[in-house]
Write a new protein. Structure first.
Length: 347
C-alpha cells in the first residue's frame, strides 16, 4: 500500500459520497480496509438519504456480522420493500458473518429494489475470488487505507477548512502527534475543539488545543523532538521528567515511535540534500513529509546530527524499543529508559 493507493481511496470516497448526495445509488456497497472512518461516513450518508423518514421503520435494517449469516443477509436483501420503492440493509463488521463467501450468489444477481451495504473491518478482499469479481462488476467496492503519519497535518487542515476553521501549523502537529493516524479518534478531538470555539473566533492555536484536549503545549512529544533537534538539553529533560511522572498519558512506545519518525525524516533530509543540494524548500518538505513551516527545524537538526549521528540515533531508538519490551530492562522504569535514550542521542 502506497501513497497512490491512499490518494485513489480518498478520491473514490469523495465520488461515492457525491453520487449518494445526488441520489445516485448502487445495488450494493462492499467496503473494506484498515481505516473504517470513510466507510462509516458512506454508510451514514446512505442511511440518511436513501429513504424518506416515514419509510425507514419497515425498510431499513442494520445488523452485525456476529449475529447473522450470509444466508440470512441474502434473504433480507431479496425481500420486497413495504410501501416504498426500495429498502436498505446494512451489515456491519461483516467479516464475522457465517459463510461470508456465500454473498457471491447475491452479488451475481442483486435485487433492484435493495441497497445492501456490507462493511468489512481490518482486511481487504482477495481480488482473485469470484466474490470480488462479481462485486466489482455489479456493485461498488470501496477500499480504505490508513494515512501515513506525515499526511495527518494536511488532513486536519483540510477537514477544518471545510468547516470554516483555521489552525496554526504547530497546533495541527500537536494534535497529529497526540492522536496518530486513527481518523475516528482524530475527528472526535477536532469536533470537540470546534464545538467549543466561539462564533466570532474560528481559529485554533496551541492555547485552544491545550484548553480543549488536555494536551500540554509545553510537555508533549512534539516539543521533545524539537528540543532534541536544537540540542536544548534542559528543555528535553524537563519534558522527559514530565513524561516519567505520567507514563499513562505519555506511553513510552508512542514516544519512541515519534522519535523514530523524527530521525527518519532527518535522515531523508540528509539523503535528499546530498543528492541534490539545489533542491527547493517545497521539494524538500514534500520529500521528507513535513509542512514547509517546519523545514527550518530539520535544517538545524541536520547540522546538529550529521548523517552518521542520525543513523546512530535511529539505532539507539531501535535498541531501547527492544529493551523496553524484554526482561533486559531489569527494574528500569519507562521514564528512566527514555532519559537514557535522550542522553545517548544528544551526546
Amino acid at each position: 500500500m502506497g501513497l497512490k493507493e491512499i490518494k485513489k481511496s480518498q478520491s473514490d470516497f469523495r465520488k461515492i459520497v457525491s453520487d449518494i448526495r445526488s441520489n445516485i445509488f448502487r445495488p450494493f456497497y462492499l467496503m473494506t480496509g484498515e481505516e473504517p472512518y470513510y466507510s462509516d461516513i458512506i454508510t451514514e450518508e446512505i442511511l440518511q438519504r436513501a429513504l424518506e423518514p416515514h419509510e425507514k421503520d419497515f425498510n431499513q435494517v442494520v445488523l452485525y456480522g456476529s449475529d447473522s449469516s450470509a444466508g440470512a443477509v441474502v434473504e433480507l436483501a431479496r425481500r420486497f420493500p413495504m410501501m416504498a420503492s426500495r429498502q436498505v440493509v446494512v451489515v456491519k463488521e461483516a467479516q464475522q458473518l457465517d459463510k461470508f463467501d456465500d454473498l457471491r450468489h447475491y452479488f451475481a444477481n442483486p435485487s433492484p429494489t435493495t441497497i445492501l451495504v456490507v462493511t468489512v473491518n481490518g482486511k481487504s478482499p482477495d481480488k482473485r475470488t469470484q466474490l470480488y469479481t462479481l462485486a466489482k462488476k455489479n456493485g461498488c467496492i470501496f477500499e480504505s487505507y490508513p494515512l501515513y503519519q506525515d499526511m495527518v497535518i494536511s488532513w486536519i487542515e483540510e477537514y477544518l477548512g471545510e468547516k470554516g476553521v483555521k489552525i496554526v501549523p504547530e497546533a495541527a502537529l500537536l494534535i497529529a502527534e497526540h492522536t496518530g493516524t486513527e481518523l475516528r479518534k482524530l475527528v472526535q478531538e477536532l469536533n470537540k475543539i470546534i464545538t467549543n470555539l466561539s462564533e466570532d473566533n474560528k481559529y485554533i492555536d496551541l492555547a485552544v488545543v491545550e484548553e480543549n484536549t488536555g494536551i500540554s503545549r509545553e510537555y508533549n512529544v512534539f516539543e521533545l523532538t524539537k528540543a532534541i533537534s536544537f540540542k536544548d538539553g534542559g528543555k528535553a529533560f524537563r519534558i522527559v521528567r514530565k513524561f516519567a511522572a505520567s507514563p499513562k498519558q505519555n506511553p513510552l512506545v508512542m514516544t519512541l515511535a515519534a522519535l523514530f519518525s523524527h530521525f527518519s525524516r532527518i535522515l531523508k533530509y540528509h539523503t535528499l540534500i546530498n543528492e541534490n543540494r539545489n533542491a527547493g524548500r517545497g521539494e524538500v518538505s514534500t520529500a521528507i513529509g513535513v509542512n514547509p513551516y517546519f523545514l527550518s527545524e530539520y535544517e538545524r537538526a541536520s547540522r546538529n546530527y550529521p548523517l552518521i549521528k542520525c543513523m546512530e540515533a535511529i539505532a539507539h531508538i531501535r535498541r531501547y524499543d527492544s529493551v523496553s519490551k524484554s526482561s533486559e530492562r531489569g527494574e528500569s522504569s519507562d521514564g528512566e529508559l527514555l532519559a537514557e535514550l535522550v542522553f545517548r542521542i544528544m551526546n
